[in-house]
Design a protein around this ligand. Sequence first.
Ligand code: C2E
Ligand code: CA
Ligand code: CA
Length: 565
Amino acid sequence: MGYALQKILLIEDDPKDALLFSSLLGIDEPKNKYFVTHVSSAEKAIEKDIEKEYDVVFLDMNLPGVSGFDAIEKIQSRTANIPIVVLTGNNDEAFATSAIKKGCQDYLVKGCNDGDTIRRSIRYAIDRKDFENKIIDLARYDTLTNVVKRDVIYDRMEKAISLSKRNGIKLAVFFLDLDNFKHINDTYGHLAGDFILKEIASRLKICVRSHDTIARFGGDEFVILLEGLKSEIDDCNIIAERIIKSINKPIRYEGTVISISGSLGISIYPECADNCSDLVMNADAALQFAKQEGKNTYHFYTESLNQKIVRSNNLEITLRKAIENAEIQPHYHPIMDVKRNRIEGVEALARWNCKKFGIISPVEFIPLAEKTGLINELGELILRQVCRDYHQMKTLVKQPFKISVNISAKQFEKKDFASKFINILMENNISPKNIAFEITESLFMDNSEKITSALKTFKEAGISLHLDDFGTGYSSLSYLSRLPVDTLKIDKSFVSDINKNTNSQVISKAIMGIANSLNLAVISEGVENKKQLEYLKDIGCSKIQGYYFAKPMALDHFKEWIMAG
Ligand code: C2E
Ligand code: CA
Ligand code: CA
């Protein structure tokens, strides 16, 4: 192996020894490959940028006024990557060995060397340091993506925080998670997944500045440390947008084009936390928020976000207990048949009167139940209570009527979901004819066999299927003719401004048209006044639900309402 000009820093107090060293190396010879800089003390050495200017350091262990070990430490504090060879006196082998243990690469006994020994020592020290660095890199770098690992970024973050404490310049932590990466792995295989991770890592490198740090936290998670921010919010916005955009660029893998997106959470020092682990944790919390907001976006951490998270964590524990203790009850919201002027059915809406947090809206606890999987137990609880209540309502309502029960898409993921729900009806002696399940369009995003077969099972058993919030979802109409839905519910967002907004008018008329041509019934929800009711009647919708008739009521209240006629 040949080396270019080797630059040596020699730390030696005796000028004669220094001269000897240089001449042994042959620096005056025509083919000289060495350049020696001589300084007389460790203090003078560390004034230099050793890391940048030298390939190897030779350090005399007998400098005046400083112990050999202190001298080594001094040099090491300024350079982690340059090999050190110590020069010891005669009969000092033991000392030399401890120097190696302290991280020096080699030692030479002074006065016993010729040029070859010194040259060999230089080569050996450089090679050994190289090897040591490679081993360290293995521990520091993620082998797949070639970005650093968790420990390294924490280390840098700690340094950046202490620097920021002195100079007041802020830093930011980005927590990135690829959206639906598991799906990509499942669809295209793990090799494709690995390829994408590598590609994303190299795109990230382009998005940030050279002094920023990117780390892989395992799986499809990356953490990025941005240092030296000028205007933290603006800088973060720009970089976050750049990252999201760059992830969005399709990736070619073996002839397939794969599209992917990512979500980012951002926390800033010192506003969001005062230490590394909290900065990362809060960036992660902001990331979860970005995911909830529909992914492919970013979110800054805020104190109020923290309150939300604390509340949601507490709520989760409380929710689990509330389900166990059946503290969540269905209320009933009448669905009116305005043509026949009578009640058509009721919709069961979950109500949680929590001892600790007061009345909690389903808008808050249903998503939480979905996220935690508690929706399965909750759905079962509601259905059992509905069955029990139905027998009481039946004695008061003269004509046949149905109870509608809301079902989350999540519940369909559970094996045996359909047969379990049908069994609950049987056990409670409820005819499926008297039950409707309300599902949303989100269910059809996933065109899985599981969902289609569950819907068929329900349909064949005689249960009606209502498509809730119709028009707000992704509204691909093709599924309507394929799937056994029998009623569309016009979402209350269209009804609320139906007398003013021509878009809402066009949409509700279109829904009536689709329903007629596919032979589906329509229910309008959220009707609050007579004007809205009249408009809906005019366009042919006769099944109406809304505060205009009644608010959702507890069973006893509902019974009174019926009896009052
Ligand atoms: P949804 O199924 O669309 O239910 C209609 C929501 O609109 C109900 O809110 C109802 O109280 C409200 N509403 C009805 N008429 C009017 C009106 O005239 N004006 C106004 N402003 N609002 C009206 P709620 O009870 O807060 O339920 C919210 C959502 O929570 C429901 O939306 C449903 O998606 C979900 N949910 C409720 N109970 C359950 C349940 O047992 N299981 C599942 N999976 N989801 C449920
Ligand atoms: Ca509903
Ligand atoms: Ca609805």
